[in-house]
Design a protein around this ligand. Structure first.
Ligand code: MF3
Ligand code: CO
Length: 252
């Protein structure tokens, strides 16, 4: 069942979303050659805790890190490490969930580290376009499949593929609620969106083939072919005439 949030819950979702947005404002500029993925994860946690929130990915299902920090061929669930030092030309995604007053804000950004090649910059740009093309369809009454198809078409028409094993999701009081939102699908299919639904839309785009494997840490999902990936995510609210992105700005 897909939850419809009350006006009070929507207000709390906005606040949680704003705290997640703040993480990127503070930690984004720290993404530089020479820093470790653990340093970035610890800084992210600091922002969440200082803002009165809970860094809720930490320990979630046993996840051994503060947030997910995924580098290059790692597509999601990268485990922060003291020994993983970023270098020029890496792409790194920070996937952050804050829990504030009982509600969640989930978002992800992919950054180019230092001097980075055109191919990786294009991958990051197209992944963001996947998100915006997808959500451009959102308003009360449309099928979720319209969003999914737009994401898939944007990725594939640019020569990329979308990951199959991980999906976007409803979000609210829980990190993962109904519906599940694959980054592929058919327009005119799937659940019909209603005002008050809150969804995490998260294109995970692979520059190579869409096959993954899990590293021995039990979490890090990497491209089998070793090619780089990007991930862009926001928590959004479905409205009567469109949508509101809840994780873009910290000043609400
Ligand atoms: N942020 C991820 C998502 O979009 C979940 C991370 S899994 C965790 O669903 F274990 F790290 F929390
Ligand atoms: Co998510």
């Amino acid at each position: 069942m897909i939850n419809i949030k009350s006006p009070r819950e929507i207000e709390l979702m906005r606040k949680a979303g704003a705290l997640t947005a703040k993480v990127f404002e503070v930690v984004g500029p720290l993404v530089q050659p020479g820093v470790t993925t653990k340093f970035l994860a610890q800084k992210a946690k600091e922002v969440i805790v200082n803002g009165g929130g809970i860094c809720v990915e930490e320990g979630y299902g046993g996840f051994p890190g503060e947030i997910c920090v995924s580098v290059n061929e790692c597509i999601v669930h990268g485990v922060p490490s003291e020994t993983k030092v970023l270098k020029d030309g890496d792409v790194v995604s920070l996937d952050v969930v804050s829990l504030l007053n009982g509600y969640m804000g989930d978002a992800c950004r992919t950054y180019a580290v230092g001097i980075c090649g055109e191919d990786k910059l294009r991958l990051i740009k197209v992944t963001e376009e996947c998100f915006w093309n997808g959500v451009s369809h959102i308003k009360e009454g449309v099928h979720l499949g319209d969003v999914q198809e737009a994401i898939q078409k944007t990725a594939e028409s640019n020569g990329y593929s979308v990951v199959r094993e991980y999906t976007g999701h409803g979000i609210g009081h829980e990190m993962h609620e109904d519906p599940y939102i694959p980054n592929y699908g058919k327009a005119g299919t799937g659940p019909i969106l209603r005002a008050g639904m809150t969804l995490a839309i998260e294109p995970m785009v692979m520059s190579g083939k869409p096959a993954i494997r899990i590293l021995r840490d039990g979490w890090s999902a990497v491209a089998k072919d070793g090619k780089p990936n990007a991930h862009y995510e926001n928590t959004i609210l479905v409205t009567k005439d469109g949508y509101e992105v809840l994780t873009l700005h910290s000043d609400i």
